[in-house]
Design a protein around this ligand. Structure first.
Ligand code: ASP
Length: 439
């Protein structure tokens, strides 16, 4: 049994948190490959080391004095080192970092030092080998991640290495400069390492006990999701259910390696298991509900639209020309609606509307603004009659008007558009009908 374990920023924020990490790792012999984030927040108003590094580098870029911020960062690591009783000395590392900052090594280099230094601390504390991510994770010179090159080098490097720490979040471009993933990217590193060592499982340790059926800011103590498929997760994550970086599923998904989200502060909780597919039925018909506010529907009408070949393409061309990605496209016989993010659309709305008229000559174009989209996701829907019916009657009982409905043929996902102001109430109504009353 081989496990890759990734610990997020809050799990490594202080010596006390690091001790929990040590106990978890030593608790199971299989936990052999460790990926760490930079130290995160110790309390709500605290600042993440990554953010402190960006701040210090912004000063360095303007050739202003960054020593104070860098000293504060050093103090964060020293507190951990002292608290763990280690004799590790990071003086030389900080000297190099200061020199590189002065030489304008780049903000990616700066941000990556959070994970790099924390990797050194973790390796020293655990007695594991340290492997610099810059030597084993690669990006092309435009900054695109190179999965095959990375996997070749990383899997060879880890062959015969019994236990190692790899810092998360960064790698290097082919020209040797350091490049980071987007924020939260240590999750991606964990997934890449899990693939390279053919791990049996990728444990992602964070500060919550996995995914919840709905947002706890809207539902009071929502139920946890024990098992979710990659596909369901993708649908929910797209609608804003955070916990795991969006790109973290791709490397392991192809290999059939499950991800287990676990809580460093409650290590006995089973967390959420993310799998390719499963016989396990979800406890409720639905697996989760997620949503976002701030969409606009561009509602287009044209007589005989259904028989005009190429109409849809011409309409979409107008959005493409202005670099606006569309989210959904429900249609009727002579109507179609293009759903886009309002904030993105607003800046270019008149140009896009003119382009639609020019390219597709519709009869009318209307805007349905301030719409929230709610995704009700679940593999259990496929075998259950009446899921949509229950959603709609729950919303009707709550006096909520439905502005749009979209169901993909996968039968795993129903998207409902409601007015922004009805968003929270709609989520509560749907949660109640499926989870609270379990009808
Ligand atoms: N430390 C980085 C961030 O704050 C990456 C990570 O934690 O995954 O985004």
């Amino acid at each position: 049994m081989k496990k890759v374990v990734k610990f997020g920023g809050s799990s490594c924020a202080s010596a006390a948190q690091f001790k929990k990490v040590g106990d978890i790792i030593r608790g199971e012999d299989a936990r052999r490959y460790v990926v760490v984030s930079a130290p995160g927040k110790r309390y709500n108003a605290d600042t993440k080391v990554t953010d402190m590094l960006y701040k210090a580098y912004a000063l360095a870029e303007k050739d202003e004095d960054f020593t104070k911020v860098l000293d504060d960062i050093k103090a964060r690591y020293q507190e951990i080192i002292d608290g763990l009783g280690l004799s590790l000395n990071l003086d030389d590392e900080f000297k190099t970092i200061a020199e590189q900052f002065k030489a304008h090594a780049g903000s990616d280099y700066a941000a990556s030092r959070g994970e790099y230094l924390n990797g050194l601390v973790a390796a020293n504390y655990l007695g594991y080998e340290f492997i610099d991510a810059a030597d084993v994770i690669f990006f092309d010179n435009d900054g695109n991640f190179l999965p095959d090159e990375t996997n070749d080098v990383l899997s060879k490097r880890l062959e015969g290495v019994d236990r190692a720490v790899v810092p998360g979040f960064y790698g290097s471009k082919l020209d040797g400069t350091v490049k980071t993933f987007s924020r939260g990217g240590s999750d991606v590193t964990g997934s890449i390492v899990a693939k390279a060592v053919h791990a049996d499982i990728y444990e992602n340790w964070t500060d919550v006990s996995g995914f919840l059926v709905a947002d706890p800011r809207i539902i009071d103590r929502p139920k946890a999701i024990t098992m979710i498929t990659y596909k369901e997760l993708r649908e929910l994550a797209y609608m804003g259910a955070g916990v795991l970086h969006e790109d973290a599923i791709f490397p392991v998904r192809k290999e059939g390696i499950p991800i287990n989200i676990r809580n460093t502060n409650a290590p006995d909780d089973p967390g959420t298991m993310i799998v390719e597919s499963t016989c396990a039925k979800s406890e409720y018909t639905i697996t989760g509900i997620a949503g976002k506010k701030g969409f606009v529907g561009v509602y287009i009408e044209k007589d005989m639209m259904n028989s005009e070949i190429g109409f849809g393409r011409k309409v979409l061309q107008a959005f493409e020309d202005y670099n606006i990605s569309f989210e959904h496209m429900p249609s009727g016989i002579d109507t179609m609606t293009i759903v886009v993010h309002q904030s993105e659309f607003e800046q270019k709305e008149q140009q896009v509307l003119a382009a639609i008229h020019r390219l597709a000559q519709p009869d009318t174009v209307n805007l349905v603004t301030d719409m929230a989209l709610i995704a009700v996701v679940g593999r259990g829907m496929k075998d259950n009659r009446g899921t949509a019916g229950r959603i709609f009657s729950a919303l009707a009982h709550a006096h909520i008007n439905i502005m749009m409905i979209d169901q993909g043929s996968s039968e795993q996902n129903i998207i409902i558009g409601v007015d922004n102001k009805d968003f929270e109430m709609a989520i509560r109504a749907i949660y109640d009908i499926f989870v609270t009353t379990r009808s």
